[in-house]
Design a protein around this ligand. Structure first.
Ligand code: RIB
Length: 309
């Protein structure tokens, strides 16, 4: 029987306010949108939900605000079977929110207001230490303070726990602080911002991945949207093409990749197969609207995977 992975996400939870429109308004212009959707999001929470739907046992370490969204977010974790014992409400602060705009091509633009996510500190990681020591993998993103991300990477390294970082949203960082990581998983624009190198195609992605490896990061997966992903280690690089899909909303596809990849790896698939499976899982998420709502459960995913072999 496949091992059931135990995964902790130390990260963000937001509420997404998604507006669909044919195009984006220019400065000073008012236009009509076509549709609106309100849903639970946040890169950390989305990755937790993807891992859970893929079959992992999932634990969330996060902070939510002193508003209607806070308790609703905690209830959503419980409803989905994600352990929220280390998700706490912070007094006097709003929950994280994300106004999101999606064009008819499925392309999105997102503004994140971090709110309570900014209150997740290294001391909160210490408070969750017993739980964190019991998991196989810790997953991180950049919607919580960088000091917490760096601290958690060290914690994972010290305790021999696999650690995956999705550096989103991108910001200038100290790459030397990431050398304890097992997997660094940026998309093209995050890789560009962090490396200062252009990533317009697979060849650019290879050069950029070499840059990260040369800085001491052990394994890099560059997600490339409709171009699939690039798996890069010191032993070599492999481009893994995307599966063909009719995209209606790409929001959360990167999160779907990370949460599913963490689960497939935890089930002990070889990393190349785990990444190919995650490519498909992420692609499937773009065929539905919203973030968490568009993620497939394991049975649906397994049927798709089988039909595409
Ligand atoms: O990656 C998509 C997510 O980015 C959205 O759910 C939004 O909340 C922002 O965090």
């Amino acid at each position: 029987m496949t091992k059931r992975p135990r995964i902790a996400v130390v990260g963000s939870a937001n509420v997404d306010m998604i507006t669909f429109a044919d195009q984006f308004p220019r400065a000073g212009e008012t236009i009509f949108g076509n549709k609106f959707d309100l849903g639970f999001g946040g890169k950390g929470a989305n990755q937790a939900v993807a891992a859970r739907l893929c079959g992992a046992e999932v634990f969330m370490v996060a902070r939510v605000g002193d508003d209607l969204f806070g308790p609703a977010t905690i209830a959503n974790f419980s409803k989905l079977g994600i352990d929220p014992s280390h998700v706490r409400q912070v007094t006097g602060v709003s929950s994280g929110v994300a106004p999101i705009f999606v064009e008819s091509s499925g392309q999105n633009r997102i503004i994140v207001v971090k709110g309570a996510n900014d209150a997740l500190k290294p001391a909160d990681v210490d408070e969750a230490a017993e739980l964190l020591k019991s998991v196989d993998c810790i997953v991180l993103q950049f919607e919580v303070p960088l000091e917490t991300v760096y601290y958690t990477i060290q914690f994972a390294h010290k305790n021999g726990i696999r650690c995956i970082l999705n550096p989103a949203p991108a910001q200038q960082i100290d790459l030397a602080a990431l050398t304890g990581l097992d997997y660094f998983v940026p998309n093209e624009s995050e890789a560009e911002t962090i490396s200062g190198m252009p990533v317009r195609n697979v060849d650019d992605a290879k050069k950029c991945a070499s840059h990260f490896l040369a800085k001491g990061i052990r394994r890099v997966i560059l997600t490339l949207g409709s171009n699939g992903s690039l798996l890069a280690t010191r032993d070599g690089m492999e481009h893994l093409p995307a599966y063909s899909m009719k995209c209606v909303d790409s929001t959360g596809a990167g999160d779907a990749f990370i949460g599913s990849f963490a689960t497939f790896l935890g089930e002990q698939f070889p990393e190349q197969e785990a990444a190919r499976r995650a490519n498909l899982y992420a692609g499937l998420s773009t065929t539905g609207v919203g973030t968490q709502k568009s993620f497939y459960d394991r049975d649906r995913f397994d049927r798709e995977w089988a039909s595409r072999q």
